[in-house]
Write a protein that binds this ligand. Structure first.
Ligand SMILES: [Zn+2]
Ligand SMILES: [Zn+2]
Length: 206
């Protein structure tokens, strides 16, 4: 095992707690925490991470229950635009009294009776990051031809506006109906033929 001696940023001195099983203490910690990143989200280096938790002295070690929060920067997976979003995640972790016991889980009280919460906070935040953040639910993404952000500009490339696609499908259906053996019913005139260009929000239900 390599000795990771990076000084933790989120630390609680717990000597007194360890002497009194059953005792607990409320802690509020705030620090910059490097390396909180996923492929589509990160916590910038100058944005603090907040940990608010109850630390309880139990037989096996210290039980930490509370919340980790910060402001993350998310990248839209369609248009790559970045935006800020609050991230809050509940945590409940047991910190073993010595690192050997904690090898599987990874969380342990330091030999000098300090409780390092960096790794727990980092793990919790990264797990809480969205896998596919969008700048908005209907993000139009980037043009595959010229790379323009279609939310901001109409570059004119054939991008398949929803209305056109639906119109093409409707036309195909009509042709299929007609090309049948003739026993098929005529396409219903009412409703389907009504122009819907005005109603971007109400999609045709076919
Ligand atoms: Zn977007
Ligand atoms: Zn384009």
């Amino acid at each position: 095992m390599s000795n990771k001696t990076v000084a933790p940023s989120l630390v609680v001195h717990v000597r007194e707690l360890l002497k009194h099983p059953g005792a607990h203490r409320h802690v509020v910690l705030r620090a910059m925490l490097p390396g909180v990143t996923s492929p589509v989200a990160r916590v910038p280096a100058d944005v603090p991470v907040l940990v608010e938790a109850e630390v309880e002295s139990v037989v096996e070690g210290l039980l930490v229950r509370g919340e980790v929060s910060t402001t993350a920067t998310l990248s839209c997976v369609r248009c790559l635009t970045e935006r800020q979003q609050e991230v809050q995640v509940e945590v409940q972790e047991l910190f073993a009294l010595n690192s050997r016991e904690a090898e599987e889980d990874g969380y342990a009280v330091l030999p000098d009776d300090r409780l390092p919460l960096d790794t727990m906070a980092r793990d919790a935040l990264v797990l809480a990051f969205p896998f596919s953040p969008l700048c908005r639910p209907d993000c139009a993404g980037l043009c595959p031809v010229c790379g323009a952000n279609r939310n901001e500009v109409d570059c004119g490339h054939d991008g398949g506006v929803a209305d056109e696609r639906w119109a093409a499908l409707a036309g195909l259906r009509e042709r299929l109906d007609r090309d049948g053996d003739g026993s098929g019913p005529p396409a219903p005139e009412a409703g389907r033929q009504a122009p819907t260009e005005e109603e971007d929000d109400a999609r045709p239900e076919a």
